[in-house]
Design a protein around this ligand. Structure first.
Ligand SMILES: Cc1cc2nc3c(=O)[nH]c(=O)nc-3n(C[C@H](O)[C@H](O)[C@H](O)COP(=O)(O)O)c2cc1C
Length: 230
C-alpha cells in the first residue's frame, strides 16, 4: 500500500521565524494558572508527539496527561514544590518501557499490517531481526534505549509547543520513585523518563526575560575532515 509521491510543501516557515520561535521558548518556571491550552492546539500537540521518530519505529513510550488537581498537588510535593506542576495548563509525564517484550514487537508488526498492508507471513525475518536487536541489549541497556526514545519525544514536544505559541518546562527535577508511586505505575511495565509542564508564561516569571545562553555554534559543531594546519 503506497501513498502517491508527495512533494514537500513549500516551506511555510522561514529560518528567521524558526529561530525567533526557538529564542522565544525557554524553560518556563511560572505559568498563568487560569490560561488553558485550547482543545484544538492540545490535539495537535498530542499528534505531534506521536509523530516523533523512534528507533525501528517501535515507540516504547507513552505520555500521561495528569488532569486530576489532587494528583497534581501530590506530584508538586514530590517535585520540590515546583509551581509548574500545578499551575501549568497541562502536566505531562513521559514514560518508557524498561523492557521490550515480544508483544511490543508484535503490536508494531500488526500496525504495519493494518496501515501498510504487510502480510504477517512476510514479516517473519523482520520480526526475528527486531527481536534479536532487542535481545542483544541487556535490561539496563533496553531501559536506556527506550528512555532515549522518550527524550526524542520531549525534544519534539518542546520545539513544537513553542512553534504553536505554547510555553513549556521540561522537568527531571523530581522524586522519580514518588512519582512512580503516586501515578501507580508498575515499574516492570512503564518507567518515568521525564515530564513537561505546558501552558502560558506568567509575566512575573523572571526567567522569561533572561538572555538565552548557549555555547557558540562554532564550538558546538565541528566540520570533518578538520583543517590540517600548515
Ligand atoms: C531533560 C531536561 C530536564 C530539565 N529539568 C528541569 C527541571 O526539573 N526544572 C526546571 O526548572 N528546568 C528544567 N530543565 C530546563 C533547563 O534547565 C533549561 O532547558 C536549560 O537551562 C536551558 O534553558 P532554556 O531551555 O530556557 O533555553 C530541564 C531541561 C531538560 C532538557
Amino acid at each position: 500500500m503506497r501513498l502517491p509521491l508527495m512533494a514537500c510543501p513549500m516551506n511555510p516557515l522561514s529560518s528567521a521565524s524558526l529561530l525567533e520561535s526557538m529564542q522565544w521558548r525557554y524553560a518556563c518556571k511560572r505559568f498563568q494558572s487560569a490560561q488553558i491550552i485550547p482543545a484544538e492546539t492540545l490535539a495537535a500537540l498530542r499528534e505531534l508527539c506521536s509523530l516523533a521518530p523512534s528507533s525501528y519505529g517501535l515507540q516504547p513510550v507513552k505520555i500521561l496527561d495528569i488532569q486530576d488537581p489532587q494528583l497534581r498537588s501530590l506530584l508538586r510535593k514530590a517535585a520540590n514544590n515546583k509551581s509548574q506542576v500545578t499551575d501549568a495548563s497541562h502536566f505531562w509525564v513521559l514514560c518508557h518501557r524498561p523492557v521490550i517484550k515480544a508483544a511490543d514487537i508484535d503490536a508494531w508488526l500488526e500496525l504495519l499490517q493494518k496501515k501498510r498492508g504487510e502480510k504477517a507471513a512476510d514479516q517473519t525475518a523482520y520480526r526475528d531481526f527486531l527481536w534479536s536487536k532487542m535481545q542483544s541489549k541487556n535490561q539496563p541497556e533496553q531501559n536506556c534505549w527506550a528512555a532515549r526514545q522518550a527524550y526524542l519525544v520531549l525534544g519534539q514536544l518542546l520545539a513544537q509547543a513553542a512553534l504553536l505559541g505554547i510555553d513549556a518546562c521540561p522537568m527531571e527535577g523530581f522524586d522519580y520513585d514518588a512519582f512512580q508511586q503516586i501515578l501507580q505505575l508498575d515499574a516492570a511495565e512503564w518507567v518515568i523518563s521525564c515530564a513537561a509542564a505546558l501552558g502560558y508564561r506568567d509575566e512575573t516569571d523572571e526567567w522569561s526575560g533572561k538572555v538565552k545562553v548557549r555555547r557558540p555554534v562554532t564550538d558546538f559543531f565541528e566540520t570533518v575532515p578538520r583543517d590540517v594546519p600548515g
